[in-house]
Design a protein around this ligand. Structure first.
Ligand SMILES: CC(C)(COP(=O)(O)OP(=O)(O)OC[C@H]1O[C@@H](n2cnc3c(N)ncnc32)[C@H](O)[C@@H]1OP(=O)(O)O)[C@@H](O)C(=O)NCCC(=O)NCCS
Length: 226
């Protein structure tokens, strides 16, 4: 109906939402801001393959989407993707036969000629920073084995959808008896940091780093006991 804003619903992830995830990821993936107009990572699918798609493709049962639109024809406007086994995720992300071959295939079969700038950046980037909080003896892997990523399109933020996405994941993790959950963000994610604190997460580690060239940021690791 003209003039009315469709309500946002939270529903379990389905593969039909993958395209929406690619778009959301790209429009919010530069530490909470859009990559549009920055000249970074013009190959959107490659960007999503690196940072998000491994979760819904491997662990769809711990992924949810915030959607708008009528049932069966919804469009995803946000997501939370997680896994109960972050260590396995990190291993698969690094392993050629686990997840990396998909990224390399895309990079060399398509990105290098279609998006030469993305190709150059992806090669110099060298993979996401190790965010294995269990490398720190104080935060044992067994305490916080699950991890997550979440993003909402700008016009869908600040309306409680993030809270509902987080509640869906936490409820499922508790149902499975998972003891804790962690995530990595940065001090430049100015919306995410207060959000995670409000959700009860505790800051457990700060690291200096550079997410991308020319984008210095303190890495922040948050953890939540369930
Ligand atoms: C971070 C994010 C997931 C939060 O989801 P959201 O739907 O916007 O958050 P909610 O509306 O559920 O807000 C819950 C609480 O979080 C805090 N919060 C949310 N947005 C905030 C903002 N912009 N500034 C300060 N606090 C904020 C508030 O405490 C809020 O509670 P309140 O409304 O009672 O004050 C969402 O804003 C987002 O996707 N941001 C851009 C992408 C991003 O940074 N993702 C995280 C990457 S690590």
């Amino acid at each position: 109906m003209a003039g009315t804003v469709e309500p946002i619903r939270v529903i379990p992830y389905e593969r039909r939402f993958e395209r929406d995830l690619v778009e959301i990821c790209w429009r919010t993936g530069l530490m909470g801001e859009t990559l549009e107009g920055t000249g970074r990572f013009e190959d959107r699918k490659l960007f999503a393959l690196r940072f998000v798609l491994q979760f819904p493709r491997t662990w769809p049962d711990t992924c949810w989407v915030a959607v708008r639109g009528e049932a069966g024809r919804e469009r995803a406007v946000g997501y939370i993707v997680g896994t109960v086994d972050a260590k396995a995720q990190a291993r698969a992300a690094k392993s050629f036969f686990g997840w990396r071959w998909r990224i390399l295939l895309r990079l060399y079969a398509l990105t290098w000629w279609r998006h030469p700038e993305s190709f150059r950046q992806s090669r110099s980037f060298g993979g996401s920073r190790a965010r294995e909080i269990w490398a720190d003896p104080e935060y044992r892997e067994t305490d916080y084995p699950a991890c997550l990523h979440m993003n909402l399109l700008p016009d869908c933020q600040g309306q409680g959808a993030g809270t509902r996405l987080m509640a869906a994941l936490i409820e499922e993790l508790r149902r499975r008896g998972v003891p804790g959950l962690h995530l990595g963000t940065s001090d430049r994610n100015v919306k995410a940091v207060p959000f995670y604190k409000k959700m009860g997460f505790r800051l457990v580690r700060e690291t200096e780093g550079e997410f991308w060239k020319g984008a210095p940021a303190h890495g922040l690791d948050f953890a939540l006991k369930l």
